[in-house]
Design a protein around this ligand. Structure first.
Ligand code: ZN
Ligand code: ZN
Length: 333
């Protein structure tokens, strides 16, 4: 009997689906690319043709210019060669999808990046039973257990009320995390204007255009220093400690990332108020997902494979690690 999934070939630059002659999330330009979501370690410019959700394609247009695009909405199926391809929500960022590949009675699900917690800015993860589940393992260690997101947002708001004459500057990845922090603040009753770094503008506008309300947003550029006192300001993590932030009124430096669970990382970045808010599943979410998807095999990407492989072994699920290059964690840039 042929080996399970022998029609799927992992290469360092991506996952090749032979009978579709297409690549999933290739890190190099390819003739045919299937893209799970808009983060730069999954979506690159320069492909011949791209299949992705309409939201992901819109994000790619903003980042890389017009794509030769084949939009596939959640729940739709397209046929590439002999392979049926569909896109199912991954709960990671707006438009993020698991790519479901059906070929001659076998089903492979490439989950891209995912989380299981509710996120007001995107559709929740859908469990798709399959033969091979390809999962990320960004936080694939039992020490990673993310706290409740609402409680983290409440810590931010409490700090805002108690700091006189200061603002809170939150570093957040420009695609997904920034909009989620804003939407979570709104959900916790913060309806004041939120200020943003210029690098956030296009993606925030796009989210709103695609139906994710973010409330009143104002650019920092052009705002007077006094106006920024007592405000939440969102910027890319790279701007937290640079010259740009000197114009702000005595900022409390904060950052929203799953990595803020690691104190040393917070210290390295001089983060006074670390917020553990992640768009990747923690250990419990990864395990829960594998149990629910109940695959015959688990293929693992994104670092930290060992612990998850060990868990699979204990639970009699075959597993292997894929050595894909360029899969950075999305939460750092
Ligand atoms: Zn991602
Ligand atoms: Zn990723």
């Amino acid at each position: 009997m042929a080996r399970l999934g022998n029609w799927i070939e992992p290469f360092p630059e991506g996952i090749y689906v032979k009978p579709a002659d297409a690549w999933v999330d290739p890190s190099e330009p390819k003739e045919r690319a299937l893209v799970t979501h808009g983060h730069a370690d999954h979506a690159r410019g320069g492909h011949g043709a791209v299949w992705a959700t309409p939201e992901t394609l819109a994000i790619m247009d903003v980042r890389y210019g017009q794509q030769c695009a084949n939009p596939v909405a959640y729940g739709e199926t397209v046929k590439l060669g002999e392979v049926e391809v569909s896109f199912v929500p991954a709960g990671h960022v707006l438009g993020s999808a698991q790519i479901v590949l059906d070929y001659r009675g076998e089903r492979v699900v490439v989950s891209g990046d995912y989380k299981r917690r509710p996120d007001p800015t995107c559709a929740p993860f859908v469990v798709v039973p399959c033969d091979i589940f390809i999962t990320e393992a960004t936080f694939g260690l039992p020490v990673f257990r993310h706290p409740d997101t609402g409680a983290e947002i409440d810590r931010l708001l409490k700090r805002l009320r108690h700091e006189e004459g200061r603002c809170i500057l939150v570093g957040a990845y420009a695609l997904g995390k920034a909009q989620r922090v804003i939407a979570e603040l709104r959900a916790r009753g913060h309806h004041e204007p939120i200020y943003y770094h210029g690098a956030m503008e296009r993606l925030c506008n796009l989210y709103e255009t695609l139906g994710v309300p973010l409330g009143e947003l104002r650019p920092v550029a052009g705002a007077k220093k006094e106006e920024l006192v007592g405000r939440v300001i969102i910027c890319p993590p790279s701007a937290l400690n640079d010259r740009w932030s000197r114009r702000l009124p005595d900022p409390v430096t904060s950052m929203a990332s799953g990595w803020m669970r690691v104190r040393q990382r917070a210290r390295q970045k001089n983060v006074e108020l670390p917020l553990v808010i992640s768009d990747h599943g923690d250990w419990d979410e990864l395990i829960q997902t594998i149990k629910e998807v109940a695959p015959k095999e688990v293929w693992i990407t994104h670092g930290r494979e060992d612990a998850l492989m060990h868990w699979c072994m204990l639970h009699q699920i075959k597993s292997r690690e894929l050595h894909l290059v360029g899969r950075e964690d999305d939460e750092e840039e």
